[in-house]
Design a protein around this ligand. Structure first.
Ligand SMILES: Nc1ncnc2c1ncn2[C@@H]1O[C@H](COP(=O)(O)OP(=O)(O)OP(=O)(O)O)[C@@H](O)[C@H]1O
Ligand SMILES: [Mg+2]
Length: 298
C-alpha cells in the first residue's frame, strides 16, 4: 500500500472518531473558490459537492457550499435540511449573513443561491456592493468555497467557470457525458478561461475505466484546446449512494466506508495536499470571483 493512501486512511479513521480534530492551517488567508460543473446533467455534481464538503471538513477544513444551480437547486435536499432565505434578503435590512446560510453536518455552511444569484445583475451598484461586501466575508471565514452549478452549455454555467480560480468538471464514462464535458471545456477555452481545470470521472466500474476516460480527454483537450486538465480522481458506481439519496442523507455520513465515500475522501485529500492543489499562489477568493463575474456580465 502506498504511503499516501495509508496516511489518508489513518487520517480519516481518526477523524471519524474525533469530530473536533484540530484545524489544518492553510497557507493562504483567502478561501479557494471551486466551481463544480458538467456538460451533461445528472452526472453527480451535487452529490460530489456535498460529500466533498464533508470530506474536506473531516480533514479540518472549513467549507462553504454555494448552491448555484439556478434551475434546480437541491444541495439542501441531499443534505436533508431546509433553507428559508436567499442572498436577496440581505438587502431588506432585516436579515444578515447568518440568516441566509444554514449550517449542515460537520459545520459545513450552505448558502442557497438559487435565482438570487442572477437577480444580482439587476441591482443598483449600491445594493450589489452591500451584498458582495457581506458575502465576501467568507474569504476569511472558510478555507474552501464549493459552487454547485447547473449542467450544460449555458452562459450562466460558463460565467461561474470563468470567474472561479479552480473548476472541477464531472463526467461519467458515457460517450455523451464525455462529449459534453469536452464541449464546455471548448467554450471555456474560447472565452479565454485561465483557471485550473480538474476532472472527476464518476460512476466507473473500475480504475482502468476512469484512466481511459481521463487519458482520452486529456489528449484531445491538450491537442485541440491547448488546455491542461488535472486528474482529480474517480468515483465508483455505488448502490449505497443511491440509497443515501433516497433517505436524504449524504453517503459520506450514512455509508462512510463504502467505495464512493472512500474515493471522495481521496479526492478531498488530493485537493488539499496533492497534485490537484492550487499552488499557483494567485487565488483571488470570493472577492475575485465576484469581480470577474460582474466584469463578464457588463
Ligand atoms: N457514484 C454513483 N453511483 C451510483 N449512482 C450515482 C453516482 N453518482 C450519481 N448517481 C446517481 O445520479 C443521480 C444524480 O446525481 P446528482 O444529483 O449529484 O447529479 P447532478 O449532476 O447534480 O444533476 P443535475 O445536473 O440535475 O444538477 C443521483 O441521485 C444518483 O441516483
Ligand atoms: Mg445538481
Amino acid at each position: 500500500m502506498n504511503d499516501q493512501a495509508n496516511k489518508l486512511r489513518l487520517l480519516s479513521k481518526n477523524a471519524y472518531q474525533y469530530e473536533d480534530k484540530p484545524k489544518i492551517v492553510t497557507n493562504s488567508p483567502i478561501a479557494r473558490v471551486i466551481s463544480i460543473t458538467s456538460g451533461k446533467g445528472g452526472v453527480g455534481k451535487t452529490n460530489l459537492t456535498v460529500n466533498l464538503a464533508l470530506a474536506l471538513a473531516n480533514f479540518g477544513q472549513k467549507v462553504l457550499i454555494i448552491d448555484a444551480d439556478l434551475g434546480m437547486a437541491n444541495v439542501d435536499v441531499i443534505l436533508g435540511c431546509t433553507t428559508k432565505f436567499n442572498i436577496m434578503h440581505l438587502l431588506d435590512g432585516e436579515h444578515e449573513l447568518a440568516d441566509v446560510v444554514v449550517t449542515g453536518p460537520r459545520n459545513i455552511i450552505i448558502m442557497p443561491g438559487g435565482s438570487g444569484i442572477t437577480q444580482l445583475a439587476n441591482l443598483t451598484e449600491l445594493q450589489l456592493q452591500k451584498i458582495i461586501n457581506e458575502i465576501t466575508r467568507f474569504d476569511q471565514l472558510v478555507d474552501f468555497i464549493l459552487i454547485d452549478t447547473g449542467a450544460g452549455l449555458s452562459r450562466n454555467v460558463l460565467n461561474f467557470m470563468l470567474a472561479s480560480d479552480e473548476v472541477i468538471i464531472v463526467t461519467t464514462p458515457e460517450p455523451t457525458a464525455i462529449t459534453d464535458a469536452y464541449a464546455i471545456m471548448k467554450a471555456y477555452a474560447t472565452s479565454n478561461g485561465s483557471g485550473i481545470l480538474k476532472l472527476v470521472v464518476n460512476r466507473v466500474v473500475n480504475q482502468e475505466e476512469a484512466d481511459s476516460v481521463i487519458d482520452k480527454l486529456k489528449k484531445v483537450v491538450s491537442k485541440f484546446l491547448k488546455l491542461n486538465i488535472a486528474n482529480l480522481g474517480y468515483i465508483p458506481e455505488d448502490l449505497n449512494l443511491i440509497k443515501a439519496v433516497k433517505i436524504q442523507q449524504p453517503v459520506m455520513l450514512s455509508y462512510p466506508d463504502t467505495g464512493c465515500s472512500r474515493s471522495i475522501e481521496e479526492i478531498a485529500y488530493k485537493l488539499i495536499y496533492g497534485e490537484g492543489r492550487n499552488n499557483t499562489g494567485n487565488q483571488t477568493g470570493l472577492k475575485g470571483f465576484f469581480n470577474k463575474f460582474f466584469n463578464i456580465l457588463s
